[in-house]
Write a protein that binds this ligand. Structure first.
Ligand SMILES: *[C@@H]1O[C@H](CO)[C@@H](O)[C@H](O)[C@H]1NC(C)=O
Ligand SMILES: *[C@@H]1O[C@H](CO)[C@@H](O)[C@H](O)[C@H]1NC(C)=O
Ligand SMILES: *[C@@H]1O[C@H](CO)[C@@H](O)[C@H](O)[C@H]1NC(C)=O
Length: 224
C-alpha cells in the first residue's frame, strides 16, 4: 500500500510538472485569422489584424479567427510555426519543421516570412488540439484547420500531417464564423469540398493509441 501511495504521489508530481507549471497561460495566446483567395487558391493565416485586413481588402475572403497560438519564442515547449510564401504559385505554407522550411526555401520557390511569428506545441500539451494540414496540388494551396470535419470536407485536399498543436479559441474571442458581410465562404461553404475521412482517421488513430499505450505502460511500470 505504501508503494501504491508513493506511485500516486509521484504521478501527481509528474502531472503537475508536465501540465501545470510548464504551461503558458492561455491568456498569453493570440488569435490566428484565416482568409482565402479563391482565384489564387491560397489560404492565409496571420495573427496580425492589420495584415489580415489588408489581405481581405485585396481579394481574400475573411474567414475570421480560427485558433490561437503564442506570439513569443519563450513560451515553454513551443516551436516556431515558420511561415513561408511562394509568390509564383501563390501559396502560404507553414511548418514547425526547420528542415522542411529550409528545403521549401532552397528548392520549392518559397521565401521565409518572419512576420508576426507564431509558436505552437509539437506534442499535445497544455489543452492544445491538433492542427490538421492538407494540400491541394491543383490549387497549390496548403490548408490548416483544427476541425477534422472541415478537413474531411475539403475536396481536392490531401491530408498530409498534424502540423502541430494549437489552442482552441477562448469563448470570449470572435467565433470562427465571423466573416464580413458580402465576403463568403464560411468553412461549410468553401468551394469544392468533399469528404474523405480515410486518410485522416488512419493517420491520427495510431497517435492516439500510442498515447494511451504510453500512459498504461507508465502506470504499469510505476505500480509494479
Ligand atoms: C516541456 O518543457 C519542460 C520544461 O522545459 C520539459 O521538462 C518537458 O520535457 C517538455 N515536454 C515536452 C513534451 O517537450
Ligand atoms: C487535379 O486536376 C486534374 C485535372 O483537372 C484532375 O484529374 C484531378 O482529379 C485533380 N486532383 C485533385 C486532387 O483535385
Ligand atoms: C478516400 O481515400 C482513400 C485513400 O486515398 C480511397 O481509397 C477512397 O476511395 C477514398 N474514398 C472516397 C469516398 O473518395
Amino acid at each position: 500500500m505504501g508503494r501504491l501511495a508513493l506511485s500516486f504521489a509521484l504521478a501527481a508530481i509528474v502531472t503537475t510538472l508536465v501540465h501545470g507549471d510548464s504551461c503558458a497561460a492561455p491568456s498569453q495566446a493570440v488569435s490566428v485569422y484565416r482568409s482565402f483567395n479563391n482565384g489564387a487558391g491560397d489560404h492565409f493565416y496571420t495573427t496580425d489584424t492589420a495584415e489580415y485586413n489588408t489581405a481581405t481588402a485585396n481579394g481574400y475572403f475573411a474567414e475570421g479567427a480560427r485558433f490561437s497560438v503564442f506570439p513569443t519564442a519563450t513560451t515553454t515547449n513551443t516551436t516556431q510555426f515558420i511561415r513561408l510564401f511562394n509568390g509564383v504559385i501563390t501559396d502560404h505554407f507553414y511548418t514547425t519543421d526547420q528542415a522542411e522550411a529550409n528545403n521549401a526555401a532552397a528548392s520549392g520557390g518559397y521565401a521565409v516570412e518572419n512576420l508576426s511569428p507564431m509558436y505552437i506545441y509539437t506534442t499535445q500539451l497544455c489543452g492544445s488540439v491538433p492542427l490538421y494540414r492538407s494540400y491541394n496540388g491543383n490549387a497549390t494551396d496548403h490548408f490548416y484547420t483544427t476541425s477534422q470535419e472541415e478537413q474531411n470536407g475539403m475536396l481536392g485536399y490531401q491530408f498530409e500531417r498534424i502540423a502541430g498543436y494549437v489552442l482552441p479559441l477562448a469563448a470570449s474571442q470572435p467565433s470562427a464564423g465571423s466573416t464580413s458581410p458580402g465576403s463568403t465562404p464560411n468553412a461549410a461553404a468553401l468551394p469544392s469540398n468533399t469528404p474523405n475521412v480515410t486518410n485522416a482517421v488512419l493517420r491520427i488513430f495510431p497517435e492516439v493509441s500510442f498515447s494511451i499505450t504510453q500512459i498504461l505502460f507508465t502506470l504499469g511500470a510505476v505500480l509494479l
